[in-house]
Write a protein that binds this ligand. Structure first.
Ligand SMILES: Cc1cc2nc3c(=O)[nH]c(=O)nc-3n(C[C@H](O)[C@H](O)[C@H](O)COP(=O)(O)OP(=O)(O)OC[C@H]3O[C@@H](n4cnc5c(N)ncnc54)[C@H](O)[C@@H]3O)c2cc1C
Length: 322
């Protein structure tokens, strides 16, 4: 029987998997089609694609800085040399923190951490039960496995729904709200706009990034990632699937209006709703571990809204387990 089954292949799942693999038998399940969760990379053709969620990392803690430095040496991460601006605002740029990106895509870190680990995609955990000192885990496709221990590295509401009856602490009593947002990936003709990434003070369109500024591939078109504000996401993420064209156009039109950009041709669009995009209010603990029942929980939401918080949470959980 497996020692650990890990649910989620985002930064927290891939980090805990990487460390546990050194001592235990493990496998990873994710309901998505590929690696990375909210730091996934949407491929368009060949090497060309878009960072779908996370745009760049800016390490703050000593521990995470040292980890990312190792990945720079291994050519998994590189410095992003673009500028992060504030559209039509006189707000100073954040020059204090370095900004890093994956060499091929922002899911490169998870890919690296999950190397040689058995990963099962399109595999959604739908039920967990304690049976004779182990976990009985049933997946949406009706497959099931047994595992001595279980790690959930998934957003707060999803972890709560699956595991609240097994968690005897106050973890799920926290009123943690995860914001929602919509992302539109957009490929246009070359527009001549130099900006690489900027926030706006608009109520609908919150953040725009230009994928070309990451210099991962050559492309004679402009690749944009348009992110809605949380305020707009809160009202529309639940229903966007029924009106994808409409919401795609709302964000594109806002983009055109705010930047006065001239788009002659649109080659590709894709819209995605992040129901659990991020939370701004951190909890007092970094992760959860109950040795008695072999249940661990980690994720960015313990510490805050950034990828680094997910990594720190997974490291904290590993230290508790070992
Ligand atoms: C639009 C957007 C922009 C962002 N920009 C930045 C940024 O610039 N910088 C930054 O540092 N952070 C950014 N973030 C936040 C960052 O992406 C997250 O903090 C980080 O990716 C969270 O990692 P995680 O492993 O904790 O969770 P996730 O990445 O969400 O991983 C959880 C995984 O679990 C899977 N899953 C969920 N439920 C189940 C189930 N029942 N069965 C199987 N699998 C399941 C999901 O498919 C997912 O792959 C951004 C996030 C979004 C959405």
């Amino acid at each position: 029987m497996l020692d650990f089954c890990i649910i989620g292949s985002g930064i927290s799942g891939s980090t805990i998997a990487h460390y546990l693999k050194k001592r235990y038998s493990i496998n990873v399940h994710d309901k998505a089609r590929g690696v990375g969760g909210r730091s996934s990379f949407k491929r368009y053709k060949g090497k060309i694609g878009f960072d779908h969620g996370l745009q760049y990392l800016s390490p703050r803690s000593k521990e995470f800085k040292s980890f990312t430095n190792k990945l720079i040496k291994k050519k998994i991460l590189k410095h992003w040399t673009g500028n992060h601006e504030f559209l039509n605002q006189k707000v100073k740029r954040d020059k204090k923190h370095v900004k890093l990106i994956g060499v091929k895509g922002n899911n490169d870190i998870s890919k690296f951490l999950l190397k040689n680990i058995n990963c099962n995609f399109q595999s959604e955990l739908s039920e967990m039960k304690r049976q004779k000192d182990c976990w009985y885990l049933r997946f949406k496709d009706n497959k099931y496995i047994y595992s001595k221990n279980l790690i959930l590295s998934i957003p707060f509401p999803q972890a709560k729904k699956l595991s609240s009856k097994f968690v005897k602490t106050k973890l799920f009593k926290n009123k943690l709200i995860m914001n929602s947002s919509l992302t539109v990936l957009l490929m246009t003709n070359k527009t001549g706009i130099k900006a690489s990434s900027f926030f706006t003070n608009d109520k609908v369109l919150g953040w725009v990034s230009k994928e070309n500024s990451k210099k991962r591939f050559k492309c004679n078109k402009d690749l944009w990632v348009l992110q809605s504000t949380f305020e707009y996401g809160k009202r529309h993420t639940e229903n966007y699937r029924n009106k994808k064209k409409f919401y795609t156009n709302v964000l594109i039109n806002k983009f055109k209006k705010l930047t006065k950009i001239k788009i002659r041709k649109i080659y590709f669009t894709h819209i995605h709703g992040w129901k659990y995009s991020s939370n701004s209010k951190p909890l007092k603990l970094q992760s959860f571990w109950d040795k008695k029942i072999g249940l661990g929980i980690c994720g960015d939401w313990f510490g805050g809204p950034r990828l680094e918080n997910g990594w720190l949470s997974a490291k904290d959980l590993y230290n508790k387990i070992k």
